[in-house]
Structure formats: structure tokens, C-alpha cells
Design a protein around this ligand. Structure first.
Ligand code: MTE
Length: 325
């Protein structure tokens, strides 16, 4: 029988009980020490060396590489305030939109495990000075990861509050140096119809793609997330790397990104191509603009079913309102 010491995670506490950043930084060291303790006691019991377990491609959130063990959990940035309880991890991980795998949110988790997320590369190309292809580990090593608590508002009127781990998209763009004629950033996901059953629908504009203006992409809120809840992204959340733009409806936050292209035209995007009258290109959260089939004034938190009033730009006006002035 083993003993479990439960250290509450940052997101299990209401905002006013959250630890100051200095203590939060120690969380990593504490967890690392616990990891060693656990491995040590396991090796005493079973006579196997710590760290001998094979790292597999399945469940990246559970099978961390040595590099990931060093990086997660990342230090939390407290600049982005949270006004509600963080959604339970198990709830967020079992209610997902990922049309490549299923149209049934509760089934995505199961089907998404088929995607091979290692090795993984992200190509950054188009109107840039230094086009570059990054291996996932290059991204993790080159750009410093931080944790941010963000609200997420789906266009379907459900919402969640999530601790993402990632880095600003701006850092990546600064590295490749966009040319001044670049106006939009186009992000493209994978295309593997033999893996992702949803992509058998050849009449849909696969691969899933999304786009932002260069200014939106450079905004400090815009991140590429590689983790959530203090560990690497599980596949249903978009492993190994996804976009997070919290002031826009969730469909803009594209999962499993393989290519980022800087272009001088307004790109076609997945939902906007399929149903332009329902899913706009800009798609900023706005309670004043109803979806053609339902109002957008309220949202339901998944898990707790709490109803909240939807805020303009999902409550991020201070960061983004000037983009649309
Ligand atoms: N990315 C891809 N590649 N495919 C998708 O179907 N769905 C989007 C977005 N990113 C989607 C995607 C939608 S509609 C939402 S609301 C969010 O992912 C959901 O993210 P979550 O499952 O991590 O909560």
C-alpha cells in the first residue's frame, strides 16, 4: 500500500486563495521531489531503476519525456485574472470539440488517442525572413513556457476556465520575422483521413485551418499551448500544440497545428467556409450579436452548469479592444 500526499494544484483554489508566484514556483520543485520519492520507493519495492519506464506516444499527458518532466508544471503568470473556479480537469478532458475524430463531444477523448503526436513538427513559412521547421522539442526548448488561467467560450454557448501552459505566438513570429507585406497568419492542422474518421467527409474543407490578422497573432493574449492542467496536452485538447485566443469563440483555437503560414490575403478557414452566415472570420465573443440559431448573451459552465452573462471579448477588452477601435 502506498501513501498519497495530496498537494492542491493552483486551479483547485479560488483566486483569493491562490499562492503568490514565488511559492507557486516551488510547486514544480515539490512535484519533482515527489516524483523522485515515488520512483525511489517504487524501485525499493520492485527493484527497478527510476526512469526506466518507456515513454510511449499514447497519452502524452501521462508519459512525459525527460524534457517535459523538467518543464511542467510551468510558472503561472498572474496578470490574467480569473473570475470563476477553474473547470475540473476530468470534465474539460471529456467534453471536446474535435471534428476530425467525432461530432459527439463525449467520444472525442477515445478516438483522438489514434493520432500520433510524436514525432511532430511545425513548419513556419510564407512571408517571413527566416522560414523554419521546428521539432516539438525545439519549441519547448526555445520558448519559455508559462501557465495562464483563461476563460474559454465556445460559440455553442458553453464555457470553461482552463489553466493552459504555453508561450506567446509573438515569440515564434519574432523568431521567423514576418515581412511587412504579411497581413494574416494562417494555421493549419493535420490531414490523415485514415487516422481521423471525420476527415473521410471529403466534402468538408480539411485539414482544419484558422487564421488571425498579424496584429491579433502578435497580441499578448495569443498563445500556442503545449500543455494544460500542469502537464502536456492530452490528445483531445489538441496535442501536441494548439492555438489559444481567449477573446474569440472557441473554434478559432485550432488544435494539433502543423503549419503556420504568413500571407498577404485573407485566408479561407474551416467553419467560415462551411457555414459563413453562422461562423464569422473574426469571431470575437460578443453578447450583442446572436448566432442565427441561438442568443449569445449567456453561457453555461461545463461541469457545474452555472449560467453566466457573456462579456464582450469574453472579458478581455483591456487587452484587445484597441485592435478593433
Ligand atoms: N481544432 C481542430 N483541429 N478541430 C476542431 O474540430 N474545434 C474547435 C477548437 N479547435 C476544433 C479545433 C472548437 S469548436 C472548440 S470549442 C475548441 O477547439 C474546443 O477545445 P477543447 O476541446 O480543448 O475544449
Amino acid at each position: 500500500m502506498t501513501h498519497h500526499i495530496k498537494i492542491p494544484k493552483g486551479w483547485e483554489l479560488p483566486e483569493h486563495e491562490l499562492t503568490p508566484e514565488s511559492i507557486f514556483m516551488n510547486r514544480r520543485e515539490v512535484l519533482q521531489a515527489m516524483g523522485w520519492l515515488g520512483a525511489f520507493s517504487a524501485s525499493m519495492l520492485f527493484g527497478c531503476a527510476p526512469g526506466s519506464a518507456e515513454v510511449t506516444n499514447a497519452h502524452p499527458e501521462k508519459n512525459l519525456t525527460p524534457l517535459e518532466k523538467k518543464l511542467y508544471p510551468a510558472t503561472r503568470v498572474t496578470r490574467f485574472k480569473m473570475d470563476r473556479r477553474i473547470t475540473e480537469e476530468a470534465v474539460a478532458a471529456s467534453y471536446n470539440n474535435y471534428y476530425e475524430f467525432s461530432e459527439v463531444k463525449e467520444d472525442v477523448d477515445h478516438h483522438a488517442q489514434k493520432l500520433k503526436t510524436r514525432p511532430w513538427q511545425v513548419e513556419v513559412t510564407g512571408l517571413v525572413e527566416n522560414p523554419k521547421t521546428y521539432d516539438l522539442d525545439d519549441l519547448l526548448k526555445q520558448f519559455s513556457l508559462e501557465e495562464r488561467f483563461y476563460r474559454h467560450r465556445c460559440v455553442e454557448a458553453w464555457a470553461m476556465a482552463v489553466p493552459w501552459t504555453g508561450f506567446p505566438l509573438k515569440s515564434l513570429l519574432d523568431d521567423v520575422k514576418p515581412l511587412s507585406k504579411a497581413k494574416y497568419v494562417r494555421l493549419v492542422s493535420f490531414h490523415e483521413p485514415f487516422t481521423a474518421q471525420g476527415q473521410i467527409a471529403f466534402w468538408q474543407p480539411w485539414p482544419y485551418s484558422e487564421a488571425l490578422t498579424v496584429k491579433e497573432a502578435m497580441n499578448e493574449l495569443t498563445i500556442l499551448a503545449t500543455g494544460v492542467y500542469g502537464h502536456p496536452l492530452p490528445k483531445q485538447h489538441g496535442a501536441p500544440v494548439r492555438l489559444v485566443v481567449p477573446w474569440k469563440y472557441g473554434f478559432k483555437s485550432i488544435k494539433a497545428i502543423q503549419r503556420i503560414e504568413l500571407v498577404d490575403y485573407k485566408p479561407k478557414t474551416f467553419w467560415n467556409t462551411l457555414q459563413p452566415q453562422e461562423y464569422g472570420f473574426t469571431a470575437n465573443v460578443d453578447p450583442g450579436v446572436p448566432h442565427p440559431r441561438w442568443p449569445q448573451t449567456k453561457e453555461e459552465m461545463i461541469g457545474t452548469k452555472e449560467i453566466r452573462l457573456t462579456q464582450l471579448y469574453n472579458g478581455y477588452s483591456d487587452f484587445v479592444a484597441d485592435l478593433y477601435a
